[in-house]
Every structure is written in C-alpha cells, then in structure tokens.
Design a protein around this ligand. Structure first.
Ligand SMILES: [Zn+2]
Length: 84
C-alpha cells in the first residue's frame, strides 16, 4: 500500500469528477493524488485552466463547451473553478 497524503490545498476537484463522468475508470488513490497535485491552485501555482474562485452555486455545464453528455458540476464556495 502506498501512503497517500491528505489533500490540504485547493485544487480542481472538478477534473477527476469530469474524467469519471466521461468514462475514465475511478482513479486509484496515488493516481488521484498526482492529478490533484498537478491541478493545485494557490497563490503561486495556478493551473492553466483555472478561471477563478467560486462563491458557491456556480455550475460547470459540459454543454457550454460543446459536449453533449449533459454532465454538470456545482462548485462549493471557495472552490477553484476551471475551463476545459
Ligand atoms: Zn461531457
């Protein structure tokens, strides 16, 4: 078993959710950790797809980006938001 550290930084949780909604099998803990580490959002490191901080209730809709799957993701207050 690989020890997986706690995710104690803001990151784009939206991305692993999006991947799972689009047919990617559920990520293993180490894979998920690597992914959210790459997507880390803080003062120094903002991923290219970062678009701002949610006030809460903002919704990402796949349809806005040309995808027809109908998937939506509602952001929690303070969560970093992303454009795909
Ligand atoms: Zn989609």
């Amino acid at each position: 078993m690989t020890e997986v550290p706690t995710v104690d930084f803001p990151t784009l949780w939206f991305v692993p959710s999006w991947l799972e909604a689009h047919g990617v099998e559920e990520l293993s803990s180490p894979a998920l950790w690597r992914l959210v580490s790459q997507l880390r959002c803080d003062g120094e490191r903002l991923p290219a797809m970062f678009t701002g901080w949610a006030l809460g209730g903002e919704v990402y809709r796949c349809g806005d980006y040309g995808c027809v799957c109908g998937w939506e993701y509602e952001y929690e207050p303070g969560e970093p938001m992303a454009a795909w």
